[in-house]
Design a protein around this ligand. Structure first.
Ligand code: ATP
Length: 463
């Protein structure tokens, strides 16, 4: 994990939030390459969940919502994590996670009394992560909602407007709008990518647990009791999406929740085998019955039930939810892609990113910087490719070997070199990131060939 964090900083993928002021815990900024990778992950998700389907539509709801939304959703009353504080150095720990580290099960759904009992039984085995002492306070439930004074001009903040604790609530709020304004009929889904904010007690492990993050969610609305088949389909499709990011199957697993909330029928997480951390959650897939819409009906007074246009049957739809942390997937993709190997006798760091995720698709080099005819031709090729792929870099700095290393480290699948032969024969050398293999390709076929490889054709099939 340390190596990935260091590569992220060194090559402009991820920076600590507010770094010049000393940094803020649990906040990160995505740099020039990071934002490209992030966008490519989100685009892949959006295509798979919205554009390539005919029964899902997208949405982008406002971050701020009526505070009653968070009462209806249960976040005001029950969105808490168990916290204890070290009496020596004031470090705060998340008790359920520390207990899990020593193999003891506890979770945020338990009562404060139960958590205190389990914690007391195990205190002797839990040292403070900072000072090593074992002098913790009692456990208390700490609410994770972050609040603001939006629209409140009184200075006493008695009526906080919350930042979203999860992004998906906007989908429930707009369920009726979508039914009334589109041709979507049950069963159908709504997808959204949105920001979430949580006052995490101990943000840690880089992008894994942050206080601000993005979630990519789908909610699929079905007729009551018609949940099972759709749930299995959704689980399968979500699994396949991770494989489409070139994540190896052996680094993924499903984990079923054993402690379900009272309204849920089923819940599974997809976990990824993160370096250092081991298997942990990247996405939750939840079979939630009619709880969410029923709660909003109670709190808003609006009827959110659905009338079947063919049978006139009226019901509150059941919901199947998928909720993925975009930052966690970003970290999983980088962890999977990171490799150190030896190529042509030299060691290198290489990101073996799937081409459709790579922040830069192609880099174009003139063989020599001080030969204007080569530079001119290389710029011509560069501009031609840039029109087609956008994410293309021109690099004439340092020897070719160094330029390859720079591109390998950010995961650029192809490097194109323009040399003296190119001027006469109108062809270029294309080098494959993973194998280092090089082939000559006519400049006129370059764009088309690279597109084919990005779409899945293997480099070794090219001649
Ligand atoms: P955890 O148990 O790890 O706190 P959770 O079960 O509370 O996660 P959900 O509320 O189901 O998570 O949120 C859905 C997804 O959002 C998670 O699978 C995860 O990928 C992402 N997520 C949740 N909390 C964070 C966080 N603090 N930082 C980054 N991503 C997060």
């Amino acid at each position: 994990m340390e190596k990935i964090v260091s590569l992220c900083k060194r090559r402009g993928f991820v920076y600590q939030g507010s770094e010049i002021y000393g940094g803020m815990a649990g906040l990160y900024d995505f740099g020039p390459y990071g934002v490209e990778l992030l966008l490519n992950i989100k685009k892949s998700w959006w295509n798979a969940n919205v554009r390539m389907r005919d029964n899902y539509v997208g949405l982008d709801s406002a971050i701020f919502k009526d505070p009653r939304v968070w009462e209806a959703s249960g976040h005001v009353g029950g969105f808490s994590d168990p916290l204890a504080e070290c009496k020596e150095c004031n470090t705060r720990i998340r008790v359920d996670k520390e207990l899990a580290n020593i193999g003891v099960t506890a979770d945020e759904k338990m009562s404060e009394a139960d958590l205190n009992k389990i914690f007391d039984d195990n205190r002797d085995n839990i040292p403070c992560p900072k000072c090593g002492k074992k002098k913790f306070s009692e456990v208390r439930a700490f609410n994770l909602l972050v609040s603001s004074n939006l629209g409140d001009f009184t200075n006493d903040n008695k009526n906080p407007v919350y930042l979203p604790g999860e992004a998906c609530q906007g989908i429930y709020l707009n369920f009726k709008n979508v039914v009334d304004t589109t041709r979507m009929r049950i069963p159908f889904g709504i997808a959204q990518i949105g920001k979430a904010f949580r006052n995490e007690i101990s943000p840690r492990n880089f992008l894994f647990r942050t206080r601000e993050f993005e979630q990519a969610d789908t909610q699929f609305f079905v007729r009551p009791n018609e949940n099972k088949e759709a749930y299995e389909r959704i689980k399968k499709e979500r699994w396949e999406w991770y494989l489409s990011l070139d994540i190896k199957e052996e680094n993924l697993r499903f984990k079923q929740h054993d402690n379900l909330v009272f309204y849920a029928k089923d819940a599974w997480d997809i976990e990824y085998n993160f370096p250092t951390l081991g298997f942990d959650e990247v996405e939750g897939i939840h079979d939630r019955t009619d709880y969410d819409l029923t709660q909003h009906m109670k709190f808003s007074g609006e009827d959110l039930s659905y009338i079947d246009p063919n049978t006139n049957e009226k019901y509150v739809p059941w919901i199947l939810e998928t909720s993925m942390g975009v930052g966690r997937v970003f970290l999983a993709v980088l962890s999977e892609a990171y490799a150190e190997d030896t190529l042509g006798g030299e060691s290198r760091i290489v990101l073996r990113l799937a081409s459709h995720l790579a922040p830069v698709k192609v880099a174009v080099f003139p063989l020599l910087k001080n030969k204007p005819e080569l530079v001119e031709k290389a710029r011509e090729v560069y501009l031609m490719l840039k029109k087609e792929f956008g994410a293309v870099e021109f690099d004439d700095n340092g020897n070719i070997g160094k330029r390859y290393r720079r591109q390998d480290e950010i995961g650029t699948p192809f490097c194109v070199t323009v040399d003296f032969d190119s001027l006469e024969k109108h062809d270029v050398t294309v080098r494959d990131r993973d194998s280092g293999k090089q082939i000559r390709i006519a400049t006129s076929r370059l764009g088309e060939t690279i597109s084919e490889v990005i779409k899945g054709k293997s480099f070794s099939e090219l001649s």
